[in-house]
Ligand binder design. Sequence first.
Ligand code: CAP
Ligand code: MG
Length: 474
Amino acid sequence: MVVLVKVSVGVNRRHINAGLNWLIYFTIIFFNWQFSIAIMASDWYNEFINRHYIKKKGDLIALFRYRAAGGISSEAAIGRIASESSSGTWTTLTKLPRLLPKVKAYAYKYDSRTVEVAYPPIIFENGSVPALMSAIGGNIFGMKALDSLRLQDAELPSEFVNSFKGPVYGKDAIKKIFKKKSGPITSVVPKPKLGYTAREHAEKVAYAIWKGGMDCVKDDENLTDQKFNQFDERVKWVAKFRDKAEKETGNVKDAFLNVTSPDLRELERRIKLVHDNGFKYFMIDVVVSGFTAVQTACNIARDYKMAIHGHRAMHAMFTRNESHGMSMLFLAKLMRLMGVDQLHIGTVVGKLTGSQREIVATKEMILAGADGVGEISGLRMPQKWGKIKPMLPVASGGLHPGLLPEVFGIYGTTDLVLQLGGGTQGHPMGIEAGARAAMQAIDAYKEGISLSEYAKKHRELAAALKKWNVMKPI
Ligand code: CAP
Ligand code: MG
């Protein structure tokens, strides 16, 4: 009793508040617990986790980097990744189809940062990249249970790979289109990106670039069909000055004319116009156009026996964040699979992002022959290519003659498309001299002579080195 009295006498406002706070606290804990029990009872995500799963030969194996949201366990996170990207959903269901066991993916190899998910091939539509990406690139990237998710790579099974036709030329373009024993294929994009009329683009810039020794002239990624430089006009003028340059130089000249279009019918019309004007290539902005448009363009290119230059504008929206989005490596894999002949994949030394480790791993993967490449833990999955031809890497973005030895140190010169813009047209002696300076830097590297030594007898290179030396633009 005394105790009680003491306690009751000692009790004051502060104690009552403290008592109420504890009561509220435990009530919340209790309902949260109930709530999480409810969640557990109603969700079946953990049925898509199986550490003992033995991957089957035909499985597609996706490698994800993930970070679970606060309070979410790794299992709760990876169960959601495997479930929502295959056949599951957030709650248990009252009726399940007979085929369900055949369409479930399993998270089977994981730690707190990466997970490999095995998908049965039956769940994908053969020959369709959009269908593939609606699964492994779909809802899972928006789930609240994940703070971040990045599709780093996926090993595509042979049955799926063989349902595509791949590039028409790939790396064979060097010999088959340009009749050159070895690369690089050289290209320059008129700068400024926009502002020339169709005729100025061809007569004042493209012609000078070809006369300076370049194989190709490339449309910039945002040059399509503007009032001041209409697509049909540009094709006609560029064809006229290509013929002039070919005649005067005796070399094959081509162009990467940008057919990126508002719809598939217009895309087909533009490709046909480029073909009918005698070009062997066309260019398409692969990300902004979308996978269906790229697959359509690849099928049309096959009909016309044309090569595709793939520009990747917009890729950095989802490739540069190392913990969320999709790797450039996997985007490049999809482009080779669909049939793009050459694709921008970065320079390391230029103005745009891309780690040397991932760029080299990507270059190896897109150039690999039938037996493909091996795994690089956490970065690249093994991948066999069968009959899909190798795709050429394009090195571009902030390049000038002074940086070319470093670029060739990463890519070599044999299987490469080298693309410059400002680094030729910013040359103090003009556009043709700028192209010539880049060609001289290539020759110097091939002959094993330093640029400074070579510049002693090549004034265009000397002028380029005087302006830019070896600066790395950002
Ligand atoms: C290069 C470029 C290319 C970039 C694309 C540009 O011009 O024309 O689009 O190379 O980047 O617009 O920047 P510069 P990436 O040579 O004048 O930089 O190759 O990384 O896809
Ligand atoms: Mg550009």
